[in-house]
Design a protein around this ligand. Structure first.
Ligand code: SAM
Ligand code: 2KA
Ligand code: SF4
Ligand code: MG
Length: 258
């Protein structure tokens, strides 16, 4: 269900509460990333984000948010229409900026779905989450003027100030099964990942193992991934971290709804 109308209010960065949730797209595919890669799943993509990664592969949920407001009941009905899976992935944009995501997750849990939430880890909410798939954003994600897909670095400071919330990260890890999935743009990112991992381990009560840390190559297209995936795989081997492909990009490149 691709939808593409303006979502009024979402061009601002903070949560906007309406009836239900602003949905950018809802589709059925294979989970492409992380520990559940390969699992047939229904994807619900909310619109709106509190960050602006320069490389965001979901531009129409962050830099120019579009979508349609759907009621929670309508979203659940659409999900139930895909009969071959009991896995749902709630993503965005940033799904955790929306209070109504909690209601949606509760409803999905009532129907027995396994829920993965793809989140940047800046907002904690108490919800029916089976796997918190946390992708903390490194300094290399910041939209500096020379790497701004829309303006001239207007988001640089706000993004920089918000991108790490150690308390929210620790809460997510303590309350849910989780994985930490880092987008690697350059080998220089690794020292920052190591450092952040140490800080997270200090802040969280739950122990986090090296193989809960996943390195994912940055790339929206197959060609971009071709340039990076082997280097990132080598870095994972070197550190004892896990590597995750972007299976959907390998399979379908940058086709929408995959
Ligand atoms: C679009 S985000 C939505 C969820 C949440 N806002 C987040 O960033 O985790 C979904 C996933 O795609 C990753 N991602 C976005 N753009 C990417 C790119 N160009 N290359 C690799 N991963 C990317 C994010 O890090 C995140 O793991
Ligand atoms: N197939 C597929 N798997 C994914 N895993 C996480 C995704 C996301 O955008 O959050 C994603 C996505 O967009 N497509
Ligand atoms: S946090 Fe996620 S949705 Fe937001 S800009 Fe970054 S990659 Fe895109
Ligand atoms: Mg994606």
């Amino acid at each position: 269900m691709p939808v593409a109308s303006d979502v009024s209010g979402l061009a601002s960065d903070d949560d906007v509460e309406g009836e239900g949730l602003p949905i950018n797209e809802l589709f059925y595919s294979l989970q492409g990333e992380g520990k559940l890669a390969g699992v047939p799943s229904v994807f619900i993509r909310t619109s709106g984000c509190n960050l602006r990664c320069w490389f965001c592969d979901s531009y129409h949920t962050s830099w120019e948010p579009t979508g349609a407001w759907l009621s929670i009941d309508d979203i659940v009905d659409e999900v139930r229409g895909y009969e071959n899976t009991d896995h749902v992935v709630l993503t965005g944009g940033e799904p955790m900026i929306h209070e109504q995501s909690v209601r949606l997750l509760d409803e999905l849990a009532e129907y027995g779905y396994h829920t993965t939430v793809e989140t940047n880890g800046t907002v904690y909410r108490d919800a029916a989450i089976d796997l918190a798939s946390i992708s903390p954003k490194l300094s290399s994600s910041t939209p500096i003027p020379t790497r701004d897909p829309k303006g001239d670095g207007e988001w640089e400071m706000r993004h920089e100030k918000r991108r790490i919330n150690l308390e929210a990260l620790a809460n997510l890890i303590d309350e849910y099964d989780s994985q930490l999935k880092f987008v690697v743009t350059d080998p220089d990112d690794l020292s920052e990942i190591d450092e952040l991992f140490d800080q997270i381990r200090e802040e969280a009560d739950t122990s986090v193992a090296n193989d809960d840390v996943l390195l994912m190559p940055e790339g929206m297209t197959r060609e971009e991934l071709d340039e990076k995936r082997n280097d990132v795989a080598e870095l994972a081997i070197e550190r004892g971290y896990r590597y995750t492909p972007r299976l959907h990009v390998d399979l379908w490149n940058d086709e929408p709804g995959t």
